[in-house]
Design a protein around this ligand. Structure first.
Ligand code: GLP
Length: 235
C-alpha cells in the first residue's frame, strides 16, 4: 500500500487526478471506476481542467460508478447519476453512453446487481477504482457487517451514513434508506485502487483501515489485501 500525505485538499485533488490521468494516458480505452461524495469533487475539477486544456482525452474512456441510491430517478439532483453528470461527465468529452451507474430504479435490485457485475466482467474489469471512505469505513455503500459482500447488492444504509449524507438533502428524512452498491468483487478486481480521504474526522477510520485488522466491521480494511492501492489523505 502506498500512503501519501497531501499538504491540503487542493494537493490531494491534483495528485489523485494525475494518477487517474496517467491511467488514461497509458491506455486511452481505459475503464475507470468512479465514486461520489464530497471528497472526489476537487479531483473531478482537475480532470475537467486537464480535458479542457487538451491534456486528457476521454473520448474512448468507459466509466462504472460504485453505487446509487435506491428509488431516486437519475434526473433527481440527489441521485449519484446526476452528481456524476454535474461534476464530471457534462464537462468532458466522454460519450455518455459509455458512463454507467447502477440502476437504483430497477424493480429487482438483486438482478440489477448481477447484471452490473456481469457487465463489469465483460469490460475486463476496471483499470483503476477511485474510492472515498465513510466515517464507519464504508467503501461504495458497503457498510460494516459480519461478512464482506462479494456481489453488487442492495444495502440498508447505516444511521451514521444517513446522517452524514443528510447535508446534501433538504432534511434527513429525505435521504433514501436503501442503495445499490458494488460489492467487494467489483472493487477488488480493479487493477489499481486509489482511496482519497480529507479532513480530521477521517483520521481515525483511515488509520484503522490501513493499519488495523482486516475485518468486515471496517469494510475499507479489505484493501490491505490488494496489491496496488494508493491512499492519499490530508488532515
Ligand atoms: C457516500 C458514498 C461513498 C463515499 C462516502 C464519503 O456514502 N456512497 O462512496 O465514499 O459517501 O463521502 P464524503 O467524501 O463526502 O465524505
Amino acid at each position: 500500500m502506498k500512503v501519501i500525505k497531501a499538504a491540503n485538499y487542493d494537493e490531494l485533488s491534483r495528485k489523485a487526478a494525475q494518477i487517474i490521468a496517467s491511467v488514461v494516458w497509458n491506455n486511452p480505452r481505459s475503464v475507470l471506476g468512479l465514486a461520489t461524495g464530497s471528497t472526489p469533487i476537487g479531483t473531478y475539477k482537475e480532470l475537467v481542467r486537464m480535458n479542457k486544456e487538451g491534456d486528457l482525452d476521454f473520448s474512448q474512456v468507459t466509466t462504472v460508478n460504485l453505487d446509487e441510491y435506491a428509488g431516486l430517478d437519475p434526473a433527481n439532483d440527489q441521485s449519484y447519476r446526476y452528481f456524476m453528470n454535474d461534476n464530471l461527465f457534462n464537462h468532458i468529452n466522454i460519450d455518455k453512453n459509455n458512463t454507467h451507474v447502477p440502476n437504483g430504479l430497477a424493480a429487482d435490485l438483486a438482478a440489477e446487481g448481477a447484471r452490473y457485475d456481469a457487465f463489469i466482467d465483460s469490460l475486463g474489469g476496471t483499470d483503476i477504482q477511485l474510492l472515498g471512505i465513510g466515517h464507519d469505513g464504508h467503501i461504495g455503500f458497503n457498510e460494516p457487517d459480519d461478512v464482506f459482500y462479494k456481489a453488487t447488492h442492495e444495502v440498508k444504509l447505516d444511521a451514521m451514513t444517513i446522517k452524514a449524507n443528510a447535508r446534501f438533502f433538504a432534511s434527513e428524512e429525505q435521504v433514501p434508506r436503501r442503495a445499490i452498491t458494488m460489492g467487494m468483487w467489483a472493487i477488488m478486481q480493479s487493477k489499481k485502487i486509489l482511496l482519497i480521504a480529507s479532513g480530521d474526522d477521517k483520521r481515525d477510520i483511515v488509520e484503522r483501515s490501513i493499519n488495523g485488522p482486516v475485518t468486515p466491521k471496517v469494510p475499507a480494511s479489505i484493501l490491505q489485501c490488494h496489491r496496488d492501492v494508493t491512499v492519499i489523505y490530508t488532515y
